[in-house]
Design a protein around this ligand. Structure first.
Ligand code: PMV
Length: 348
């Protein structure tokens, strides 16, 4: 079907990795497998308006963030379009208006690339679906969206569905692929249902190290090979833990992954310390709290200073008090975002 114009819209969440992706090769392919919880409240809403144009030599698009033209996003979208053109052949035939807004503050230090790129990928796939004469399955489209999102930002391929997603070929995970994320295919214990993630905003500034630079630092990194092996082993070890619900074993892997990710940045050339004093304060308070109580609270980190506090749903009330009373004092302006594992993007 030939579409002259139209509009598609998606809301897509961010995700938080338990086993981290850090290091890539080729067309945005991961050096090791990773697994993440898809989030809910931290998300991006994107509308894609399209109109057929008469010439088709180049990509034509404009990006608006919260209703305002955002030219600084355009090089990234340009690059994304170049990468995916082979898979979305009609890209140059349309003029696009991309309108996007995030549920979290733009300068919160929360990366919007996973939610933003997955939302845009889903919009393009919906457009393809409208044009297609053949009826493809829902699975086909969500796999294609994940495949395209990966080309925008690697970790974005884990934001299409939920609540646990694996990206990267791994011998223990049936159906896993370097090309797209897949739903974790095995039994998961009730302890991990509606897992909570409170994101403590320690540093709201611009990222010191973009993830592109970060992934590049893994080339010629003295510990790269051991790191990729460690991540794959950690994922193997998580399988029986996810099944049995062993929270203390879960915590050990998740926290070690976070610190290993940061250790890679500290031991690269050039080297970076992305944690701030308050990041370490919070980590120490979490450890103290765990020693004092029977809590199964733990932390993880992305490539920045903010701390993700992870805990089972049963601890929701008690941990909320602990965060409000103690941890929030280490956040910029006392700010944090309460989130929970969710089931992926929705068409809006
Ligand atoms: O998707 P990217 O290229 O921004 O990489 C993000 C990598 C981490 O967030 C640090 C870890 C992960 O697996 O999400």
């Amino acid at each position: 079907k030939n579409l002259d114009n139209g509009q598609v819209s998606w809301q897509s969440p961010s995700n938080i990795a338990l086993v981290k992706y850090w290091g890539k090769y080729g067309e945005q392919l991961p050096k090791n497998a990773s697994i993440s919880f898809t989030l809910s409240n931290c998300n991006t809403k994107t509308s894609l308006r399209f109109k057929k144009k008469s010439t088709s030599e180049s990509f034509t698009f404009q990006v608006f963030l919260d209703g305002k033209r955002e030219e600084s996003f355009e090089p990234k979208i340009q690059k994304f379009f170049e990468r995916i053109e082979a898979y979305i052949p009609f890209l140059k035939a349309y003029q696009f208006t991309i309108e996007t807004s995030n549920s979290f503050p733009h300068s919160s230090g929360i990366a919007s690339s996973a939610s933003g790129m997955s939302a845009l990928a889903l919009c393009l796939v919906s457009m393809e679906q409208q044009m297609s004469a053949s009826e493809n399955t829902k699975e086909y489209y969500s796999q294609k969206a994940s495949f395209l999102a990966r080309l925008g930002s690697g970790s974005a391929c884990r934001s299409i569905e939920g609540d646990l997603i694996v990206w990267g070929k791994h011998p223990d995970i049936e159906g896993s692929s370097n090309l797209f994320g897949v739903k974790y295919p095995y039994t998961v214990h009730a302890n991990f249902k509606n897992y909570q993630d409170t994101i403590l905003l320690v540093d709201k500034g611009e990222k010191q190290v973009s993830s592109t630079v970060g992934h590049d630092l893994m080339h010629n990194h003295p510990f790269a090979e051991q790191r990729f092996e460690q991540a794959n082993n950690n994922l193997s070890q998580l399988l029986p833990i996810l099944e049995s619900g062993d929270l203390s074993a879960f915590i050990k892997i998740v926290e070690s992954e976070a610190l290993s990710l940061h250790a890679m940045m500290m031991t690269s050339m050039p080297y970076f310390i992305l944690m701030k004093p308050n990041t370490l304060e919070i980590i120490n308070r979490i450890w103290e709290y765990r020693a004092k109580t029977k809590s199964n609270i733990c932390f993880t980190l992305d490539a920045g200073a903010n701390v993700h506090v992870l805990y089972p749903e049963t601890e929701k009330e008690t941990v909320a008090l602990f965060i409000e009373k103690e941890l929030s004092s280490f956040c910029k302006n006392g700010e944090f975002i309460s989130d929970v594992a969710g089931f992926g993007a929705i068409s809006i």
